[in-house]
Design a protein around this ligand. Structure first.
Ligand SMILES: [Mg+2]
Length: 195
């Protein structure tokens, strides 16, 4: 089921047992600390949450929107189709949800304690099933994000000469470099003729 208002900027596909509470502790209580860790990640990445856990078969995903849990940022649950796939079942469920909800272009991460549910991907973060999500997992998620921000700049990609031309264009029109680049690429002439 999918509930959405507008396109999310980022998605967290969230397992419950082994992530929000120890996988062996079946007392039904989600750990406040684990919830807080997920909220830190969600806030940093401006994420919405989609539930992948089998909890979704018993509880409505909407209960996770309680003010003391995720307070409104949970937008759905993945379809239960893992039996159709030999392995990486949850990964296929995630892909199906992204397609159904027209969010295939939205970046996502998964939080999961069982490696069997996903292929090895840099955006799948495994938690220790005995403890659930901890600070180390949070750091590795947000640390990766910082690394991405060190990816090449516009100047690195264009080279000095072309970068200079784009900067001139931007300065002459008092627009940002990004806007200038977008306009020039859309016009299709500047980069083709002079690049
Ligand atoms: Mg689990």
């Amino acid at each position: 089921m999918i509930y959405q208002t507008g396109k999310p900027e980022h998605l967290i596909f969230l397992d419950i047992d082994g992530v929000l509470r120890p996988a062996t502790a079946y007392d039904g209580k989600l750990q406040k600390k684990a919830i807080a860790h997920v909220k830190v990640v969600a806030k940093a990445l401006n994420s919405r949450i989609v539930i992948t856990s089998t909890w979704r078969d018993i509880h409505s995903w909407e209960m996770f929107n309680r003010p003391d849990i995720f307070d409104g940022i949970v937008i759905g649950e993945t379809p239960d189709i893992d039996h159709l796939h030999g392995e990486n079942g949850r990964y296929h469920e995630v892909l199906a949800w992204l397609k159904q909800s027209d969010n295939e272009d939205v970046p996502w991460i998964a939080l999961e304690d069982k490696p069997v549910h996903y292929p090895e991907l840099p955006n799948v973060f495994l938690t220790n099933p005995e403890t659930g999500i901890d600070q180390d997992v949070v750091d590795s998620i947000l640390g990766n994000r910082d690394t991405k921000q060190e990816s090449p700049t516009i100047g690195d990609i264009l080279g000095a000469e072309l970068h200079g031309k784009v900067r001139q264009y931007a300065a002459a029109r008092e627009i940002s470099l990004e806007t200038a680049l977008r306009q020039l690429v859309r016009a299709g002439t500047f980069l083709m003729k002079e690049g």
